[in-house]
Design a protein around this ligand. Sequence first.
Ligand code: AMP
Ligand code: ZN
Length: 112
Amino acid sequence: MNDCIFCKIIAGEIPSEKVYEDEEIVIFKDIAPVAKIHLLCVPKEHYAYLTELNQARVSRLGRALRKIASLRDALGLSEGYRLVINQGENAGQSVHHLHIHILGGETLPWGN
Ligand code: AMP
Ligand code: ZN
């Protein structure tokens, strides 16, 4: 976890364009956006996979989803948005610190 890029962003060791932060999560702009709006919601606790969920993590993830919903308009997502959690090889997960992609700002193609 020492060389985890998202842990470094959370610690402020690597710059990011943060749009929201609280004790449990940070939301910042994806460096390589695949939609007009592409944000990453990252729990501050380091873990990689949904298989590692315990009750506390489930609760925090639920609160993260509720927070994303409450920030919808502020983030420019009032026309709709998509949440994506890549898990493992086949999904192309490249950062092994659990994160929720938030995509929107335009009509999103379905597929892939
Ligand atoms: P995933 O492929 O689901 O693991 O998503 C990782 C995402 O992190 C990719 O969309 C990358 O573009 C994004 N990413 C990697 N490094 C950074 C960074 N330093 N700042 C912002 N986003 C990043
Ligand atoms: Zn991490």
